[in-house]
Design a protein around this ligand. Structure first.
Ligand code: ATP
Ligand code: MG
Ligand code: MG
Length: 570
């Protein structure tokens, strides 16, 4: 199968190019700047930008800013940064608010054509008149207003003469339509709230369906990809595009485009829906993510426990790993919940390929190699990556006193224990075989130091170098290692469906108190010296990243992205 035909959307796009319906593919990614992007958005981004790129077209980044008061320029900057981080760039950066004047003229045109009217019903009354799935709606008493009266009232709405909510502009479609979205949907509402881009220029704001459909048409979008919940809105989307007919009415947009220097090439876009990405152990509602931040339950939108893109980034997840997940999941119209382990596995796979190896000890126990002189010091060359020679090597200092992981020693070993025991042998990674000769304890009986001897014949290049011992452990030189703050992260929720409140428990109650644990550890110098946001595998421990904000070579900070193996499997 050709790669570009691997799902039904790519199939449509390919056919549209082959048939000559479109000469170029144009898509858009339209987030509302009312929060930061989350893992769910990654799917839309990979589709919108990915398909445009694969077919040699382009994708716009459009901020859907039609809800003044809820939106913030801070989020616009964050969205731009996150899209770039995922590996994509946009053709044009647009705002739905760039089109407020065009949308206003389009609304006037619909009124002139007898296809829209000003309604005085209150929101509650409107709901009551709308009917139900089984009952047709009733016409509003204002539905019969003349074109002249509607034009006058709508112009006065625009002039700010009426209070919020007192009037609405509605499309005149069909109050008995089976599809509720066609029962005279609202096109404009009055809202005297300053807007982050247009200030107080507008006391009225277009509704989502109207603004979205026309923004697509204005930008010349060919394929408007969105999530399944908009399937029922598609007839309204088409109604807006067809009845405004931008291509046939350049007077609606040309003067505005010329004044603002906007490139407008109206199209008749096709809306195509796909299923949302839902991940277990995740919350993908911006409102709830905001609540976590506002209540101080996490340390901000970029807290590594958050499944926002910036949280995952800070955690050490990679754009390549996230893109791999989206590619693996494919595109369909089937809603499902994806196991979080699948995301973690994609991150592991990407980091396994790309992350250099380092040694770090997170729960240190001193090991003294008694048969080496006090001042013994050597520098050992270690490959950065076992499967990728191109990654080269680094020098690892080795000396008489080492830190090893406390759990790599057991005085009374459990069955099957392959690491260090009193009188036993283990291989020190890259050094040779060491035998534990003595166990030093403090007054309380706690093991504070091990003393051992290194078998000189087991060292690299020596005849006994290949001698078999059961286990291999990692280490760092106590004198050379750099003390590091290591943040051990885990899933933010301890149940697969935190959102499911059918058992009467709020999603907040499912927060995993163990999701962040901070320890002091020791890392080899080559790890400490890394630039912020460098990914490593700490051997035998997991994948880590130097924190992009807090890490300094003299005070290193590492975040655990993911353990080497799934620890959540049942
Ligand atoms: P919320 O309801 O939490 O505010 P949203 O879906 O309204 O989220 P938008 O900013 O409007 O967020 O989303 C921008 C685009 O991303 C839309 O096209 C939307 O369909 C898509 N998107 C949002 N969430 C997901 C998801 N979980 N999976 C796939 N696409 C998504
Ligand atoms: Mg939303
Ligand atoms: Mg939305």
């Amino acid at each position: 199968q050709r790669p570009e035909a691997r799902d039904f959307i790519r199939q449509i796009v390919r056919e549209d190019l082959a048939s000559g319906k479109h000469r170029a593919i144009r898509t858009r990614f339209p987030p509302e700047p009312n929060g930061y992007l989350h893992i769910g958005h990654a799917k839309a981004i990979c589709l919108d930008f990915g398909i445009a790129r694969e077919f040699g077209g382009w994708c716009n980044l459009r901020l859907d800013d039609t809800n003044p008061g809820k939106e913030d320029p801070e989020f616009v900057e964050g969205i731009k940064e996150d899209v770039r981080w995922l590996g994509y760039g946009w053709h044009d950066l647009r705002h739905a608010s760039d089109y407020f004047e065009v949308l206003y003229r389009a609304a006037l045109k619909l009124i002139e054509d007898g296809k829209a009217y000003v309604d005085d019903l209150s929101p509650d009354q409107m709901r009551e008149y709308r009917g139900t799935l089984t009952e047709p709606g009733r016409d509003s008493p204002y539905r019969g207003r003349s074109v002249a009266e509607n034009l006058d009232l709508f112009r006065r709405m625009r002039a700010g003469e009426f209070p919020d909510g007192s009037k609405t502009l509605r499309a005149k479609i069909d109050m008995a339509a089976g599809n509720m979205n066609l029962r005279d949907p609202a096109l404009y509402r009055i809202r005297k709230v300053p807007h982050q881009n247009t200030g107080d220029a507008w006391p009225i704001y277009p509704m989502y369906d109207f603004a979205h459909a026309l923004s697509d048409a204005i930008e010349g979008i060919t394929h408007s990809l969105c999530t399944l919940e908009f399937e029922d809105h598609r007839p309204l989307y088409d109604w807006c595009v067809d009845n405004v007919d931008l291509a046939g009415h350049p007077e609606l947009w040309r003067p505005v485009a010329e004044a603002a220097g906007l490139d407008v090439q109206p199209s008749k876009p096709r809306q195509i829906e796909f299923s949302r990405l839902n991940l277990s152990y995740c919350i993908t509602s911006k409102r709830k993510l905001a609540e976590l931040v506002q209540r101080g339950l996490v340390d901000g939108w970029d807290d590594p426990r958050m499944n926002t893109l910036r949280g995952l980034r800070r955690r050490g997840f990679t754009p390549g790993g996230i893109r791999l997940l989206i590619e693996r999941l494919g595109v369909s119209k089937q809603n499902s919940v994806i196991d979080y382990t699948l995301l973690e596995n994609c991150i592991r796979e990407d980091l396994d390929d790309h992350a250099p190896r380092r040694m770090a000890v997170l729960d240190p126990l001193r090991l003294v190699i008694a048969n080496l002189p006090e001042d013994h010091e050597e520098s050992l060359a270690f490959a950065n990556h076992p499967k990728d020679e191109a990654q080269g090597a680094r020098q690892v200092p080795f000396a008489r006193e080492l830190w090893i992981e406390r759990e790599d020693f057991a005085e009374v070993p459990p069955k099957g224990f392959k690491r260090l025991v009193p009188g036993g042998e283990v291989r020190l990674r890259g050094v040779g075989i060491v035998k534990c000769e003595d166990v030093v304890k403090d007054a309380g009986g706690r093991v504070v130091e091990l003393r051992g001897t290194l078998d000189p014949a087991s060292r690299h290049g020596m005849p006994g170098a290949d001698r078999k011992v059961k286990g291999t452990i990692h280490w760092v030189s106590a004198r050379h290692a750099v003390a590091a703050e290591v943040r051990l992260y885990d899933r933010l929720f301890n149940v697969p469906a935190p959102d499911d409140e059918s058992d009467g428990r709020s999603w907040i109650e499912h927060i995993n108190p163990e999701a962040k644990r901070v320890v002091r550890g020791w890392v080899e110098p080559a790890a400490a010296q890394a630039a912020p946001e460098t990914h490593f595998q700490f051997e035998r421990l997991g994948y880590f990243v130097s924190d992009r904000l807090d890490h300094r070579p003299d005070a290193p900070v590492f975040n655990r992205a993911v353990t080497l193996r799934d620890t959540w499997a049942k």
